[in-house]
Design a protein. Structure first.
Length: 299
């Protein structure tokens, strides 16, 4: 018997008639009769006796009933599992994130994901771009959220946000408008490390403008720069996501010179994404768009 034969047989058993089976299967009555007749021809015996009182299952058909019921129970289980996979339940996703984006983006995303997909699990690891790239190449994670930098050919970088870095000043600073890099350098600009994605941009623009910061401090973690400004250690330049976390503690102003940065989703070119991964990626994109603003109008 083919699966379609078994499906019709089960529907007739359940409904008690050809017309009822047609309604259950959402097909025409002649279609059900045709499939049922074809099944009986292939089997070489009848499944139902046609009587004036209706269809009565034959002894042969009755012998088939336990196996048919077991098959449909298994099909139902497959359908339920497929729906769980579609919803991302029962799937484990490994995500990497830049430190700053882990704090500002991934923390609320994981809260939303847990609420929407209680059966899914996530492993989050924060690190710098080179570490995230190596972990992806070694299949240690499914995808990563990072600041844009040149990736190897084995990886795919999807740009999800582009913006300009902003300046962090002490809360009591009298400066109200945009500041220049020259002004920042004169006021103890805390430097990003040169190998850092944002640090590469800052150092390049400083060189192009012939500027040299007075501070000898080179800091790798963006939140540490903000904390240094908060402690009175100078002024800083960071991404808008880090800046948002210090809105109530520091003064955030635009920088006259363009200091572009990019947020990307990084993944292996040869690794298809699971449904849970796709759901998380969508949540990340939505959260990035929500958080992209800064408390001023860019110049």
């Amino acid at each position: 018997m083919r699966l379609r034969h078994i499906e019709v047989f089960q529907a007739v058993l359940q409904a008690g008639s050809v017309s009822g089976a047609a309604r259950l299967l959402n097909v025409s009555q002649p279609n059900v009769s045709r499939v049922l007749n074809h099944a009986e021809q292939q089997l070489g015996f009848t499944l139902f006796d046609r009587t004036p009182q209706g269809l009565i299952v034959t002894p042969e058909g009755r012998r088939l009933m336990p196996e048919v019921e077991a098959l449909f129970s298994h099909i139902q289980a497959i359908g339920e599992l497929a729906e769980q996979l579609r919803q991302g339940e029962g799937q484990h996703v490994r995500i990497g994130s830049a430190h700053a984006l882990g704090h500002s983006v991934m923390a609320p995303v994981l809260v939303d994901f847990r609420r929407q997909t209680p059966g899914g699990s996530v492993e989050l690891v924060t690190g710098h771009f080179n570490t995230l790239s190596q972990d992806l190449l070694q299949y240690k994670m499914d995808f990563a959220l990072a600041f844009g930098e040149q990736a190897t050919q084995e990886l795919v970088a999807e740009s999800i946000y582009q913006g300009n870095m902003v300046a962090l000043l002490p809360k009591d600073s009298t400066v109200e408008g945009p500041v220049t890099l020259a002004w920042l350098c004169e006021n103890d600009l805390l430097m990003l490390q040169q190998q850092d994605p944002l640090g590469q941009v800052l150092n390049r623009v400083l060189r192009d403008n012939g500027l040299m910061p007075h501070s000898a401090l080179y800091i790798k973690t963006y939140s540490v720069i903000a904390d240094m400004v908060l402690a009175g250690g100078g002024v800083g330049v960071v991404d808008t996501f880090t800046a948002r976390r210090y809105t109530d503690q520091l003064k955030i102003v635009p920088v006259v010179e363009s200091l572009p940065f990019e947020v990307i989703l990084l993944s292996r070119r040869d690794q298809p994404a699971s449904q849970a991964s796709l759901r998380l990626r969508q949540l990340i994109k939505q959260k990035v768009l929500e958080l992209k603003g800064v408390p001023f109008e860019p110049v």
